[in-house]
Design a binder for this molecule. Structure first.
Ligand code: MTE
Ligand code: MOS
Length: 825
């Protein structure tokens, strides 16, 4: 086992301990960025002036009426920007725009002594606009050729020849929705300026270093004049990887111009209407299978709805293309990606970062094709799993593919699947209006940033004279338990009890040039850096202990806060050892660094080995669907997931449960809608929790078993662990596939059922109708389409048409009475 993965005696990693802030979270004592404003004198509150047009040119902006509102101190406009008027890294995101690019785009910000005065001031600003033509839906963008950014391709083999030779060929279209992050804490930044003009920004950001860079370039200053601190976030989920920068820059600009602290804290509606979401996609695909149901070839074009600017759309799309294979060997494959430009908020990172979107393509294909191939869907999946020696479409060997088989079997066994399938069949036999189904789906998710340079991290660890330990690292805490894990790593490496170690908030003046806490790699990267810093200190201390104990330093171990020669009963206590080291003038602090080894990625050809390893998991979900309404419930979920040798099992189980439920929310409940016509065209119509249905306790699986795979230590990561933050989200495909199968159970055996995504009760109802229609006399034995059979869809194709033995499938949302509105993200 590698030195990185090897655990010492009595490690603190692996202990099932609660989140370090759990008590603070549940008692309300935990401080978030906005709470700091309440403890700060003379704060100014910022309010955006949002323009209600999808696309328009600003012809005049009159701020004087706002200045007449009592309490208003200043209005920030583009003319105030001393540096670069841009809130992103692609230079396509004017911070104070003169062209409105989405409904609700902020063109200026009002600062006032109270939030209410700022709101009234913003309402008083007069904006004249000249409306411009807009592209709102993905379908409109594709029709208009409205694209932006790179058009990557991942390819291997000869797809056309393999499709021509395949025993079965199907083709279809899949459209699926995006997702709102709905972190509990909305975007927030609080900026101060000190006596020498240095800027200090407290920001709810997953990427403090990038927030720092953007604040610096907006202000025309250097990075060393700007410090960004993140205490913690009330959820990020990827929505605070890129989106916080502009808000931090507005706060910082306001603070430099007024000399007063400035708070930007979005209301929920502002957050929903101004910040980007998960990308919805449109996918066109053709797939070939051999006579055994093995995947022979796949060709697909994935179009991501990027929104108005690029933001993280290119890396999200790259990850999507790298995850279309999911757990399956695709001998011949060609995947094309492109990014639509639409007049909507700029879509961004969201847990899984394109991975869920890519995997949904293949899971949807397998779910729809299984009945047409006459193969049980679970069997079809298992049959196509990667085997040892095979590699991904982008050329990375798949290490440990046998884990997929192991996980699958464990879910079958512990989930009692065979017996339950029999009970489900008996239940369905006896209940004409209610049907149940159980589906299994796998996950294989690549861990590391695709972009190799991001796979580095730093830490700064101090041991004080009294023996207490303070850890700084570059990662941010958003609820995922990173800080808990870092405390455990530090205690393990130093050999001290957990209580001796404390964590300081993430700050750019402690650890510079950090990567976003993202791609699930926070613990891998920062854990490596914390371990490295602690190991330096530990080695210096064991040398000191050697002199005190009269032993060779190599024979000294520090375990549970006592340094001993191996095998000896007596030793020297940690506090005493630290004091001795101080008097010997031994350095008691260290900077740690970690870079992930062995990565390689050539983005120009989309080939390489971008991932350190793969995280695996399998889920089985059982649902029950009501045939009258399409309403459903999730009766039971069994998950076995591979987190390597867990750093913190309670945290990991929580991540798996939370990720799964968030994934199920995306796939079944959460339904983003925009007005696509009329005077409010482009307006997000789901502007609150009243219209945007999030999973709640009642949507939890009634029985929910989460098990960590054992004997799974990962040699390439800190203390043998694996990343856990994102992969479990994709286990929720099991719920969607179970819903598809339950809907199919309303019709004759062997029919393929299409299901819109999200599979809301309404969508499930149409899937049930599709199945029932297939059994009615006079209708084709197999129809395809999420809507009433035979409906003509927006693009003129007819649901259920079969072209030359090729099944044309549609998975677009039926909008009865509004056939021009095709589902988009
Ligand atoms: N868990 C909680 N509670 N809150 C969050 O915001 N974000 C997710 C995941 N789990 C998130 C979460 C996302 S998108 C990522 S990339 C990882 O946590 C990031 O943290 P990690 O790298 O430390 O796992
Ligand atoms: Mo997570 S989407 O990588 O922040």
């Amino acid at each position: 086992m590698s030195a990185l993965a090897q655990r010492p005696e009595n490690p603190v990693v692996g202990l099932a301990i609660p989140h370090e802030s759990a008590v603070l979270h549940v008692t309300g004592a935990a401080l978030y960025t906005e709470d700091l404003a309440g403890r700060t004198k003379d704060v100014l509150y910022a309010h955006p002036v949002q323009v209600p047009h999808a696309h328009a040119r600003v012809t005049a902006l009159r701020v004087t009426p706002a200045l007449a509102v009592p309490g208003v101190v200043r209005v920030l406009t583009g003319a105030d920007v001393p540096g670069v008027n841009d809130g992103g890294v692609k230079h396509d995101e004017p911070l104070f725009p003169d062209e409105v690019m989405f409904h609700g785009h902020a063109v200026c910000w009002v600062l006032a002594g109270t939030p209410e005065a700022a709101r009234l001031g913003a309402a008083a600003v007069e904006v004249d606009v000249e409306p411009l033509p807009s592209v709102v839906t993905l379908a409109e963008a594709i029709a208009a050729g409205s694209f932006q950014g790179a058009t990557p391709r991942v390819a291997r083999g000869d797809v056309e020849a393999a499709l021509a030779a395949a025993a079965h060929v199907f083709s279809g279209v899949l459209e699926f929705a995006g997702q709102e992050h709905f972190y509990l804490e909305t975007q927030c930044a609080l900026a101060h300026v000190d006596e020498s003009g240095q800027i200090f920004v407290q920001s709810s950001t997953q990427h403090p270093s990038e927030t720092q860079e953007i604040v610096a370039h907006v202000l025309g200053r250097s990075s060393h004049e700007v410090t960004v601190q993140c205490l913690r976030m009330g959820g990020g989920f990827g929505g605070k990887e890129m989106q916080p920068h502009g808000f931090a820059a507005v706060a910082a600009l306001g603070a430099t111009l007024t000399g007063r602290p400035v708070l930007v804290r979005l209301t929920r509606t502002q957050d929903l209407t101004m910040t980007g979401k998960r990308h919805g996609f449109h996918v066109d695909w053709r797939v070939g299978f051999d006579t055994d149901g093995r995947l022979a070839a796949l060709a697909a074009t994935l179009t991501a709805d990027g929104g108005w600017s690029l933001d993280l759309s290119e890396p999200v799309l790259a990850r999507a293309l790298c995850h279309v294979d999911n757990a399956y060997w695709l001998p011949h494959v060609r995947l094309d990606g492109r990014i639509a430009r639409t007049h909507k908020t700029s879509n961004t990172a969201f847990r899984g970062f394109g991975g869920p979107q890519g995997m949904l393509v293949i899971e949807d294909i397998l779910g729809r094709c299984a009945p047409l191939l006459g193969v049980d869907a679970a069997e079809l999946r298992r049959r196509n799993f990667y085997q040892e020696g095979q590699s991904t479409p982008y050329g990375q060997p798949v290490r440990h593919p046998q884990r997929l088989h192991r996980l699958w079997q464990q879910v079958l066994d512990t989930g009692d699947v065979a017996a339950r399938q029999q009970r489900i069949a008996a239940f369905n036999e006896a209940h004409p209006h209610t049907k149940r189904a159980l589906a299994l789906t796998p996950v294989k998710f690549g861990i590391s940033f695709n972009f190799t340079a991001f796979n580095q991290a730093g830490a700064l660890v101090h041991v004080y004279k009294d023996g207490s330990v303070l850890v700084n690292h570059g990662g941010t805490e958003m609820g995922q338990g990173l800080h808990t894990k870092m405390l455990q790593v530090a205690a393990t490496t130093l050999g001290v009890p957990l209580a001796r170690v404390r964590l300081a908030p993430t700050r750019t003046d402690k650890v510079p040039n950090t990567s976003a806490t993202a791609a699930s790699s926070g613990a891998d990267l920062n854990g490596g850096a914390v371990k490295n810093a602690c190991a330096q200190i530990r080695d210096r201390l064991t040398a000191v202990a050697g002199t005190v104990l009269g032993a060779d330093a190599a024979d000294v171990r520090i375990v549970d806060g006592v340094a001993r020669r191996i095998g000896a009963a007596d030793g020297i206590a940690w506090d005493e050892l630290v004091r001795a080291a101080y008097f010997q003038r031994v350095q008691l602090f260290a900077a740690g660094f970690y870079r992930t080894e062995g990565l390689h990625w050539d983005a120009s050809v989309m080939q390489g080995s971008p991932f350190k390893y793969f995280a695996y998991g399998v889920a089985a979900a059982e649902v029950e669907v009501d045939g009258f309404t399409g309403a459903y419930r999730t009766r039971r979920v069994d998950i076995v997931h591979d987190v390597g040798d867990s750093l913190s099992p309670l945290i990991d189980v929580g991540q798996i449960e939370g990720g799964f439920v968030q994934g199920a929310g995306w796939l079944t409940l959460e339904d983003l809608r925009w007005d696509t016509g009329g005077p409010a065209r482009g307006r997000l119509s789901t502007q609150g929790a009243s219209t945007y249905k999030l999973p709640s306790f009642s949507d939890m699986p009634e029985v929910f078993h989460v098990t960590l795979l054992t004997d799974a230590a990962e040699d390439g990561a800190v203390y043998g662990s694996k990343a856990v933050g994102e992969p479990p989200l994709m286990l929720a495909f099991s719920v969607r596939e179970a819903l598809r199968q339950a809907a199919a159970a309303f019709g004759p055996a062997g029919i393929s059922v299409d299901l819109a995504s999200p599979a809301t009760p309404e969508a499930v109802y149409w899937a049930v109708e599709q199945a029932r229609n297939a059994g009615r006399p006079g209708t084709p034995s197999a129809t395809f389409g999420g809507g009433p059979a035979g409906a003509t869809l927006a693009d003129g194709r007819v649901n259920g048409a079969r072209v030359d033995g090729v099944a044309r499938m549609q998975n677009v949302r039926p909008e009865s009475g509004r056939p021009d509105e095709v589902r988009h993200g």
